[in-house]
Design a protein around this ligand. Structure first.
Ligand SMILES: NC(=O)c1ccc[n+]([C@@H]2O[C@H](COP(=O)([O-])OP(=O)(O)OC[C@H]3O[C@@H](n4cnc5c(N)ncnc54)[C@H](OP(=O)(O)O)[C@@H]3O)[C@@H](O)[C@H]2O)c1
Length: 238
């Protein structure tokens, strides 16, 4: 039975992905900041016959990542899915949500980087032996088209864009450095999706995004390592 670990599994794209993998009979390790508050997730886990388990995981808190790695020692993880992410205090479609030049809140820059860049890096470093011990050996991090330097034609959204460009570089490095272990690492853009982060005016629904991403992940080959993938199977410029 293949296994997947999902960060930010309690809502949004993490919750959507979790439901797909659980339905397919995968062993799912669901990471969430506050397990006690994740009612739907706990209900699903309780009905899964032990296939879905819920784990406390705050990707800003490295001690919590290390604790999870200790708990899962020796457990293969076929797909390590870094989904947890943070845009900023306001979503893009709200007044002030465009993170314009001159409006930087540096405490928030810090938080965005801790969650979107250092979080996935630390999760990968902590769980690398689990991935290496698996059959599929994949590390996938949710990035964003907003992290594409080549695709940036409207500016704005400085901290979020910069964090996603940074995680793209991290994933490209992992693709190179971990290839000798047989590990495939990619960043993936999920589309602009109607979640709490994407907002109600986004392009696509969660089902479309997660179904597409699951298909892309299932089809990953070693030659895909380090590509900037999109949920529909296309690629983006760095
Ligand atoms: N939606 C879009 O249009 C879109 C587009 C491009 C990229 N993305 C990326 O896709 C990913 C998922 O986005 P989404 O739309 O599902 O966002 P969302 O609806 O806002 O959900 C964010 C998830 O991340 C979790 N999270 C935030 N900070 C965390 C932390 N420190 N530790 C652990 N979990 C944390 C949240 O947990 P809590 O419930 O505890 O806050 C929640 O589960 C993100 O990386 C995002 O940047 C989204």
């Amino acid at each position: 039975m293949p296994s997947v670990l999902i960060t930010g599994a309690n809502r949004g794209l993490g919750w959507g992905l979790l439901n797909l993998y659980a339905k397919d009979g995968w062993r799912v390790f669901a990471g969430t900041r506050e397990p006690a508050k994740a009612k739907e997730l706990n209900d699903l886990a309780a009905k899964s016959g032990g296939k879905v388990t819920v784990h406390k995981l705050d990707v800003e808190d490295h001690a919590s990542i290390d604790a999870l790695a200790k708990e899962l020692k020796g457990q293969p993880i076929d797909v390590l899915l870094n989904v947890a992410g943070y845009y900023g205090p306001k979503i893009v479609s709200e007044p002030g949500g465009l993170q314009d030049f001159g409006q930087s809140d540096y405490a928030d820059w810090d938080k965005i980087y801790r969650i979107n860049v250092m979080g996935p890096m630390k999760v990968a470093e902590a769980l690398i032996e689990n991935v290496a011990a698996s059959t599929q050996k994949k590390i996938v991090t949710l990035s964003s088209i907003l992290g594409s330097v080549g695709g940036n034609d409207m500016g704005k959204m400085y901290p979020y864009r910069a964090s996603k460009a940074a995680i793209n570089m991290v994933m490209k490095c992992m693709a190179i450095d971990l290839a000798p272990k047989g590990i495939i690492a990619i960043p993936i853009h999920p589309g602009w999706v109607r979640t709490d982060m994407g907002g109600p005016t986004a392009d696509i629904d969660v089902d479309t995004s997660v179904t597409g991403m699951k298909k892309v992940i299932a089809g990953l080959k070693p030659s895909d390592a380090g590509k900037f993938m999109v949920y529909d199977g296309s690629t983006l410029p760095w």
